[in-house]
Design a protein around this ligand. Structure first.
Ligand SMILES: Nc1ncnc2c1ncn2[C@@H]1O[C@H](COP(=O)(O)OP(=O)(O)O)[C@@H](O)[C@H]1O
Ligand SMILES: [Mg+2]
Length: 279
């Protein structure tokens, strides 16, 4: 990670601690509120009574060992599990106060507002331009060709990819490197103007250079978006998170600011996980 990023985050943590001290009564606004969430696939209960608020314009990292339910948790937020035949959900997932599982909610529209970036970059086999323009075209979110060009450009700029691709927008996206493909997928998610971006271990298949670019990008995104990041990399969590939630065997063990969870965990399991003694 760059020194700049470290400085920025250190400064922000200090500010947040101050904020926390002065806000004993008033809590930070929560864009997503999950309460008593239970999720099963057939007979296997994967999430057990999970309650967690996601704060607006912050990076919340969900960490925990493989198989503990991290991906299931974020996929439940934007209804990505709906297609799984034996998926069962109970409890509440509120997005801006609206129950995302209510009959009135269209999952496709929900996913515009709560976008997702996967572990393995998955650009569509089409040009760089068309990948980013895809969502705005399908959902008729532009008024003219100039407007669409502008959406593509600003999305690529926000995803820190514009400088590398501005001269080759018509090239097939599959020619990009893995790290570039992942930033393209982030640009594609941004093009439909989401409020929340869910990222499921977005850097785990990338080299260290690309990883630090993605981390810097995540930190810059939180000025405008809420980011929920799944990571089993504790150093990554410590570098980018404002808040950390620790999931273990489908249960939320602990949630708090990054400093609190890493330096002063309240639960023995969290402490063991952080020390690498829990797998
Ligand atoms: N579509 C599915 N059908 C059946 N079981 C699943 C499905 N998705 C995940 N699981 C199971 O749910 C548990 C949690 O998985 P997952 O959420 O992917 O964990 P993590 O992301 O923390 O590694 C695992 O036991 C996994 O096998
Ligand atoms: Mg996972």
């Amino acid at each position: 990670m760059s020194e700049e990023l470290e400085d920025k985050n250190a400064q922000e943590s200090a500010e947040e601690e101050k904020e926390e001290l002065s806000m004993t009564q008033v809590s930070q606004e929560q864009i997503i509120s999950v309460s008593n969430l239970n999720v099963s696939f057939g007979d296997l209960q994967v999430l057990k009574a999970v309650s967690l608020g996601i704060e607006t314009k912050r990076i919340t990292v969900i960490m925990g060992p493989s198989g503990c339910g991290k991906s299931t948790f974020i996929r439940t937020i934007n209804r990505m599990n709906d297609q799984v035949s034996d998926f069962k959900v109970s409890g509440d997932v509120l997005f801006n106060g609206v129950d995302v599982y209510s009959k009135d909610v269209d999952p496709a529209l929900l996913r515009l507002k709560i976008g997702m970036v996967f572990q393995k970059p998955n650009p569509f086999p089409m040009s760089i331009y068309d990948n980013v323009a895809f969502g705005p075209k399908i959902h008729k979110m532009f008024s003219s060709k100039d407007d669409l060009d502008n959406i593509v450009r600003t999305s690529l700029e926000r995803a820190a990819l514009w400088d590398e691709v501005s001269g080759r927008l018509k090239e097939n996206a599959l020619k990009l490197s893995g790290g570039q493909q992942q930033r393209l997928c982030i640009a594609r998610a941004l093009a439909v103007k989401p409020e929340v971006i869910l990222m499921d271990e977005p850097a785990s298949s990338l080299d260290p250079g690309s990883t630090s670019k993605i981390e810097e990008l995540m930190v810059s995104l939180k000025d405008s978006y809420t980011v929920v990041l799944v990571s089993h990399d504790m150093r990554q969590a410590a570098r980018v998170a404002n808040r950390v939630a620790f999931l273990y065997k489908g249960q939320l063990v602990e949630v708090g600011t990054t400093a609190q969870v890493f330096e002063n965990p309240t639960n023995k399991l969290t402490e063991e996980y952080i020390q690498g003694r829990l797998v």
